[in-house]
Design a protein. Sequence first.
Length: 157
Amino acid sequence: MMASKYFAGLAPIGWKVVNADSEDASSPAASAIDGNLATIWQTRSNANLALPHHITVDMRSVHRIVGFTYLPRQDKSHDGIVDTFRFETSVDGQNWTANVDSGRFWNIENNPVLQEVPFTPVNARFFRFTAVKEIGANGLASAAEISVLTAEGEGNQ
């Protein structure tokens, strides 16, 4: 799998979505880690499925990570573009650390480009991205790609 010049982060080779609280049948959660900027994960449109929404990924091996990336959908729609988020990591998929308890992508509505969020280095096999608030008011979450930034020498693309 080749990474695009528009995408930073560890290539998602072998990664698996192990949990997502919601996904639209035509925009499954696996699309957020498929390396394809044209596909998206989007939650279902349903009044009973309000924010927050989350996606949990197993990277299949432990990596030393120093941040994460979020690429909003690139199809000119603003549906589900995340404004406020939480990001957590785990080595075993059971015990979680909040690396970013509450963060915000500033001006993402007017500038929906790749977002890079650094944090203190941590070892992790799993990560969980939670959309706490979106720029619209429809209760959706979406992502073209979500990845992690690794420590130097770990193979960032």
